[in-house]
Design a protein around this ligand. Structure first.
Ligand SMILES: [Mn+2]
Length: 430
C-alpha cells in the first residue's frame, strides 16, 4: 500500500479516537500546536531547532513553527499555517507530500490565529504555554487519552518506524566498517554515522552515543573525544534516524584485538548477543514487559556463570543485586514520535527496577526497544566488593574487561499477532 493510503487510514483512526476522547472530556474541539521558536536562553539570540509538539506530529509530519492542527467532530481536520515574512531562515520542506490532502489547509499571518480557530469549549495541546491560543491548555486527562492513541502503532506509523530503522542501519553498517578498518576517534565515528545516515545532530531523534573503550560504561556518553584510539578496544554506538517524525533507536557493540582481555570481552559480547535474541523470542502478547525485564536478569545471571564471571547460583546473583549492578537500566521503552515514547509507563516499576520505562502488558501493535547490556560501572560495583557479595563475582575477570567499558545491544520491535517483528534486524538483512 502507498504511504498516502496508509496515512488516510491512520488519520481516520486518529479522528475517531480523538472524537471519543473529546466527548469523554467534554470538549467541542482540539487545537494541536506545532510549537513556537524557543530562545536557547535569555542571554543568547539563538533559538533551538523546532521539535514539534508530539501530539501535533502524530497528525502531521510538518516541521513548521506556529502551525496548528484543528480537530472538530464530524469535520475534516484543518491545518493552519502561519506565513511569516522571514528572509533569514527557511525550514527544510517535508520529505513527502502524502499528508496535505487529508487537511483543509489555511494560511494566516502571524497573530491571525483567532479567526480560524474553532469556537465552543476548546482544548489546546502545546509545548509552549506562553504562546498558546485561548482554550483549556494541556488538560491532563485529555493528554492521557491522546497518549493512549500513540501506544498501538497504525500501519502508517509502522512503515515510518521501519524506514527510520533502515536509515539508521545505513549509519550503523558504515561505522562498523570504519571501526574495523582503522583507528578512528569518537568524533570521527560520530560524524561518519551522521554522513552515512544522511542527517545532522539537529534532525537526529536523539544525540548519538559513540563510546570507545572505557567510555562505553557511561550509559549516555556523548563527549566525542577527538583523539584516535589505537590498539585493543571496544566500540559502543547507540544512534537512530528519523522518518516523517518517527525515530529509531539502535545500539551495537564491537570489539577489536586479539589480547586475552579482548578475547574475553568478545566472548561476553557473543553471550549478550545471544541473550538479547533470546529475550526477543520470548515476547508475546499478554506478557508483562516488567516480567521480561526480570527474566533478562535471570538470563544474564546464567550467562555470567557460564562465562565464569559470576559465582554462586543464578538465583543468588539476581537476588543479591549483582546483575542489577552490572545492568542498571531498564530492558527498553516505548518507541515512536519521541524516543522514549508515551503510554507504556502507566504505573511505576517495582522497587528493584527504578529505571524501567515500560511497565505495560505487551499488546499487538506496540513498538518498543529490547536493549539488554552489561557495564563495568565502578560506582555501582564498589558496594559489592565491600560486603559478602564480593564472593559472587570473579573480580580479576571484571578487572580484565574493565578497559572495554560495556556492552549494549538494542533492536526495535513491533508486536504482531504472530510474534515479534524485529524492524532493526530486518533492515540489517535487506
Ligand atoms: Mn533505547
Amino acid at each position: 500500500m502507498t504511504l498516502t493510503a496508509l496515512y488516510a487510514t491512520h488519520i481516520a483512526t486518529l479522528q475517531q479516537g480523538t472524537e471519543a476522547a473529546l466527548a469523554a472530556q467534554g470538549f467541542d474541539a482540539l487545537v494541536l500546536c506545532s510549537g513556537s521558536a524557543a530562545m536557547r536562553n535569555r542571554f543568547d539570540d539563538q533559538t533551538w531547532p523546532l521539535h514539534p509538539t508530539p501530539a501535533f506530529a502524530h497528525w502531521c509530519p510538518l516541521y513548521e513553527a506556529d502551525a496548528y492542527v484543528v480537530i472538530r467532530p464530524g469535520q475534516k481536520p484543518r491545518l493552519v499555517r502561519t506565513i511569516a515574512m522571514d528572509f533569514w531562515e527557511t525550514q527544510a520542506p517535508p520529505e513527502s507530500d502524502h499528508f496535505w490532502s487529508a487537511f483543509e489547509v489555511v494560511e494566516i499571518k502571524a497573530g491571525g490565529a483567532t479567526d480560524v480557530l474553532p469556537g465552543g469549549k476548546v482544548a489546546v495541546i502545546t509545548r509552549d504555554q506562553g504562546t498558546a491560543p485561548p482554550g483549556a491548555v494541556n488538560p491532563p486527562a485529555l493528554i492521557a487519552a491522546l497518549d493512549a492513541l500513540r501506544t498501538k502503532k497504525s500501519e502508517y506509523e509502522v512503515a515510518c518506524l521501519a524506514e527510520a530503522s533502515r536509515r539508521a542501519v545505513k549509519g550503523h553498517k558504515h561505522v562498523a566498517q570504519v571501526f574495523a578498518s582503522g583507528t578512528p576517534s569518537e568524533l570521527d565515528l560520530h560524524l561518519a554515522y551522521l554522513l552515512a545516515s544522511e542527517q545532522t545532530d539537529g534532525t537526529a531523534p536523539y544525540q548519538g552515543i559513540v563510546a570507545l573503550g572505557p567510555h562505553a560504561s557511561v550509559l549516555h556518553y556523548v563527549a566525542y573525544e577527538r583523539t584516535p584510539v589505537t590498539g585493543d578496544t571496544s566500540f559502543l554506538v547507540d544512534a537512530g534516524a528519523k522518518y516523517l517524525g518517527y525515530g529509531s533507536d539502535i545500539t551495537r557493540t564491537y570489539v577489536r584485538g586479539k589480547s586475552p582481555s579482548a578475547l574475553r570481552f568478545r566472548e561476553l559480547l557473543s553471550h549478550m548477543e545471544a541473550l538479547q535474541q533470546e529475550v526477543i523470542r520470548r515476547i508475546k502478547p499478554g506478557l508483562e514487559y516488567e516480567d521480561l525485564h526480570d527474566e533478562t536478569h535471570r538470563l544474564l545471571a546464567h550467562a555470567l556463570r557460564e562465562l565464569g564471571i559470576g559465582r554462586g547460583s543464578a538465583e543468588e546473583l539476581v537476588a543479591q543485586g549483582v546483575t542489577r549492578a552490572l545492568l542498571p537500566h531498564g530492558l527498553g521503552h516505548s518507541l515512536g514520535i519521541t524516543v522514549h515514547d508515551v503510554g507504556m509507563k502507566l504505573r511505576p516499576p517495582r522497587a528493584e527496577n527504578p529505571f524501567l520505562r515500560n511497565t505495560s502488558t505487551i499488546e499487538v501493535g506496540q513498538v518498543f526497544t529490547i536493549e539488554p547490556g552489561i557495564y563495568i560501572i565502578d560506582a555501582l560495583l564498589k558496594p559489592l566488593q565491600t560486603d559478602h557479595r564480593r564472593e559472587l563475582l570473579d573480580w580479576a575477570a571484571i578487572a580484565d574487561v574493565r578497559a572495554f567499558g560495556g556492552i549494549r545491544i538494542e533492536d526495535n520491535i513491533l508486536v504482531t499477532p504472530s510474534g515479534p517483528r524485529n524492524l532493526t534486524r530486518e533492515a540489517w538483512a535487506s
